[in-house]
Design a binder for this molecule. Structure first.
Ligand SMILES: [Zn+2]
Length: 352
C-alpha cells in the first residue's frame, strides 16, 4: 500500500524524472491544450491534488458506475447490501464499501476500464491521444508510462468506437443519387502512385477503399479484407463477394461508381452485379467521356492521398490491431475536433 502512495506523490503533473520522457516532440502542457474540450473541462482536474475530482466527474457523467450492490456471498446468499462510495488510500482514491459487511469493490468494476490498470489521469490523457491520432510510442514517452498501458486504453477506445460505428453505420454511408463514389482495392489499385517499398512485402493486408466525391475533405470508408492469392480464382471470388457486400452496406443506392478495369478486386466487371443499385458504373478510362467527371482523372492521387497514407501505415500493425487503427481513422474522420467528447459520451453507454 505505501509503495503505491509514494508512487503517486513522486509523479508531479508537468514533469517526470525518467530521462526517456525528455525527448518527446511536444510537452505535456501542449498536449493538454488540445482539443478545447479537454483543455477547458479535463485539464483543471489534472492539476496536482485534483485527481479525486476527475474520478468523481467520471462517476457523475456515467463512465464509472453510479451505485453498486454488494456481491459478497455469505452462507450461500449474496449480501446485496447497498455500497457507499468512500475515499480510500489506493491508487483509485475511492472504493465501494458495503454497509452490511466488510466487502469492498473496485470503482472500475462494470466500467469500460475494468481491465485497465493505470491511473485515471493517464487514462483520460490516453483517450485524448487516441482521439487525436497520437502515436503509441510518443504517448508512452510523454506520459512516462508503459506502452502496454497505452495499448490497453487504445483498445478500449477502439472497441467502444467500433461498436458505435457498427450500430450507427448510416452515419458513415457514402454517396447518394448522382454523387460519384470511387472504389479501389489496396494495394493493387494504388500501384501508380504508391512508392515501391510497400509492394515488395508479400504479407500486405488488402483493403477495400471507398471515396465519396462530394465535399472537401473527401470522406472515405476503409475496410480490411482477407489476404487472397491473386492466382487462385476461388480466393479472388470470395474476396470479391465480401467486398461487394461491404459496398452495398456503405454506398447509398444511386451513386455513380468509378472502378478499375483491370483490378482483381472490385473491377468494373465485378461491380456490374450491383447494377440494380448503382445504374451508372464507369471505368476510370470511361471518365474521359464524361465532361463533368474527367476532371477527376487529374486528381486521383490527391483525392486518395489521405486514405493511401492510412492503408500504408496500417501495414505496420499486427492483425489484431489493424482494425483498431482503421476504426480510429473512421472515428476521427467523422467527429474531427469533437472526437474526444463523443468518445466519452459513448463510453457512458458501454458498460459491460
Ligand atoms: Zn455486503
Amino acid at each position: 500500500m505505501m509503495k503505491v502512495l509514494r508512487r503517486i506523490k513522486s509523479l508531479p503533473v508537468y514533469e517526470c524524472d525518467s530521462k526517456n520522457c525528455n525527448d518527446t516532440e511536444i510537452t505535456l502542457e501542449e498536449f493538454d491544450s488540445q482539443p478545447i474540450y479537454f483543455k477547458s473541462v479535463i485539464r483543471p482536474m489534472l492539476a496536482i491534488g485534483h485527481e479525486g475530482e476527475l474520478i468523481i466527474w467520471l462517476k457523475n457523467i456515467g463512465i464509472l458506475q453510479h451505485s453498486q450492490r454488494c456481491n459478497n456471498v455469505i452462507n450461500n446468499t449474496e449480501c446485496q447490501g447497498v455500497m457507499n462510495w468512500m475515499p480510500a488510500k489506493i491508487i483509485d482514491q475511492y472504493q465501494w464499501r458495503c454497509k452490511n459487511c466488510p466487502k469492498k469493490r473496485n470503482i472500475r468494476e462494470h466500467s469500460v476500464f475494468q481491465d485497465v490498470r493505470c491511473r485515471f489521469k493517464d487514462i483520460i490523457r490516453i483517450l485524448a491521444g487516441w482521439c487525436k491520432g497520437t502515436d503509441v510510442e510518443m504517448l508512452t514517452k510523454l506520459l512516462c508510462i508503459k506502452k502496454q498501458a497505452v495499448n490497453a486504453v487504445y483498445n478500449v477506445a477502439a472497441s467502444v468506437a467500433h461498436k458505435y460505428i457498427e450500430t450507427n453505420l448510416h452515419r458513415w454511408k457514402l454517396g447518394g443519387p448522382g454523387f460519384v463514389v470511387l472504389i479501389e482495392s489496396y494495394p493493387e489499385g494504388f500501384k501508380e502512385f504508391n512508392s515501391q517499398e510497400y509492394f515488395q512485402n508479400h504479407n500486405i493486408i488488402p483493403m477495400l477503399c471507398i471515396a465519396e466525391i462530394k465535399e472537401i475533405p473527401t470522406r472515405f470508408w476503409l475496410q480490411v479484407l482477407d489476404r487472397y492469392n491473386p492466382n487462385i480464382q476461388e480466393q479472388v471470388h470470395n474476396t470479391n463477394t465480401i467486398a461487394l457486400h461491404i459496398i452495398q452496406e456503405i454506398v447509398l443506392p444511386g451513386s455513380i461508381l468509378v472502378a478499375n478495369l483491370d483490378s482483381k478486386i472490385c473491377s468494373f466487371d465485378v461491380l456490374q452485379s450491383l447494377k440494380h443499385l448503382y445504374p451508372v458504373i464507369v471505368s476510370k478510362n470511361g471518365l474521359k467521356r464524361h465532361d463533368h467527371l474527367n476532371i477527376l482523372l487529374d486528381n486521383f492521387e490527391t483525392i486518395w492521398s489521405p486514405a493511401l497514407h492510412v492503408c500504408n501505415e496500417a501495414q505496420y500493425y499486427s492483425n489484431a490491431h489493424i482494425q483498431n487503427f482503421i476504426t480510429n481513422f473512421l472515428w476521427r474522420q467523422k467527429f474531427e475536433n469533437e472526437s474526444f467528447e463523443n468518445l466519452l459520451h459513448q463510453m457512458c453507454y458501454n458498460f459491460i
